[in-house]
Design a protein around this ligand. Structure first.
Ligand SMILES: [Mg+2]
Length: 382
């Protein structure tokens, strides 16, 4: 058994209405998928975090020639060899999104070749459905704060009506609007008042604050019984995270911007967070995300993976979540995304407050070739 074809598949779609978090306005969704085919014609799909540019060229021109001819069942060996080779090539930086896309595709392929869902190969399923929290409540174009607050509250009510009992909202308005930390807290308070005390709330600042503002906001989020406070500061500020986390009554969470076990170890050493959030498309794939989850559990930290991608990322995350100890939650992106809705023949949806783990072999999804062609950009085969 050997790998015959490796291709980057770029998909993209403009959105009708843009939205923002504290980092950026989002007016399109684009992804670099990875398609790996073995010598018997079995196909595995993976997904890289970030823009198509860079990911596509590395997969097609650098990874593919090296990967062809290797045994697709040796996923962790390939993961580690690829990291080693990329470090040699780039010295100060390993493009973790590329490792991730390739690694997820190989796990999908390995599962399909074995006739087993990936969760079973990752150590065994503990659950068939994962409690989900609705991610949304982004910022929209708006001139006055009360209108923005009303939109966010209306969205929160809609998620609760759809069966969710856990929600995550965005804070960090100051980058885009003439409002600041007071309005950030006011958004959370308005959601809390609208949905009541029985709904679990989380807040995500996407690096908006310095340590002083992070502490100020953390105190107020704790008063509103917020379950975790995500990425208050830029992710490389491990020491500041450690100080704020030690002082705060709300647990800090971060990890979507960290990759590989070494970076998560550094965060754990600094006491940066109580909750780690590896993203399978950027942390180094399922191989690294599982290692991060194991290390977190050994140090008393909770692992709640970050998810903001296509059904490939969603299914891979569900496979990992099916294996984690405790009571993990799925991040379930509710923003507008035609690709997420249509890329697979059987869309992944919530059933009340949970999302079922796909049952089939590999990631358990069937990527629809017609949908791929509909969303595909750039040269076919590139
Ligand atoms: Mg986040």
């Amino acid at each position: 058994m050997e790998i015959r074809h490796v291709d980057a598949v770029a998909v993209r779609r403009d959105l009708d209405e843009r939205f923002a978090n504290a980092q950026k306005w989002i007016d399109s969704r684009e992804y670099c998928l990875v398609r790996v085919e073995s010598s018997d014609g079995t196909v595995g799909w993976g997904e890289c975090w970030g823009p198509v540019a860079g990911n596509r060229e590395l997969v097609d021109e650098w990874v593919a020639p090296w990967l062809r001819g290797q045994d697709p069942r040796e996923v962790e060996r390939i993961h580690d060899d690829l990291v080693f080779r990329l470090r040699s090539a780039f010295h100060s930086y390993v493009p973790a999104s590329v490792v991730s896309g390739v690694d997820i595709a190989l796990w999908d392929l390995r599962g399909k070749l074995a006739g087993e869902p990936v969760g079973r190969l990752l150590g065994g399923r503990r659950r068939d459905s994962v409690r989900a929290y609705a991610t949304g409540h982004f910022f929209t174009d708006c001139d006055d704060f009360s209108t923005l607050r009303e939109r966010v509250v209306e969205e929160a009510r809609g998620h609760v009506d759809a069966g969710f009992d856990a929600l995550k909202n965005k804070i960090g308005l100051a980058r885009h609007f003439p409002w600041g930390r007071e309005e950030d807290v006011e958004l959370v308070r308005a959601i809390r008042e609208a949905v009541g005390d029985d709904v679990r709330l989380m807040s995500d600042a996407n690096h908006a604050y310095d340590a002083a503002d992070a502490r100020w906001v953390a105190d107020r989020l704790a008063d509103l019984d917020v379950h975790f406070f995500e990425e208050p500061m830029p992710p490389e500020q491990f020491d500041a995270y450690g100080r704020v986390n030690a002082a705060a009554d709300v647990p800090l969470a971060a990890g979507e911007s960290w990759a590989f076990t070494e970076e998560f170890d550094r965060a754990a050493d600094a006491g940066a967070v109580d909750i780690v959030q590896p993203d399978v498309t950027s942390a180094g794939g399922l191989t690294s995300a599982r290692r991060v989850a194991d290390a977190a559990a050994a140090r008393g930290l909770r692992c709640l993976p970050h998810v903001f991608g296509t059904p490939v990322a969603l299914a891979a995350s569900l496979q990992l979540l099916s294996t984690l100890p405790g009571e993990p939650m799925l991040e379930f992106d509710r923003t507008s995304n035609p690709i997420r809705r249509r890329l697979v023949s059987d869309p992944i949806d919530n059933d009340g407050n949970g999302v079922p783990v796909p049952e089939g072999p590999g990631l358990g999804i069937e990527v629809d070739p017609d949908a791929v062609e509909e969303f595909r950009v750039g040269e076919a085969g590139r």
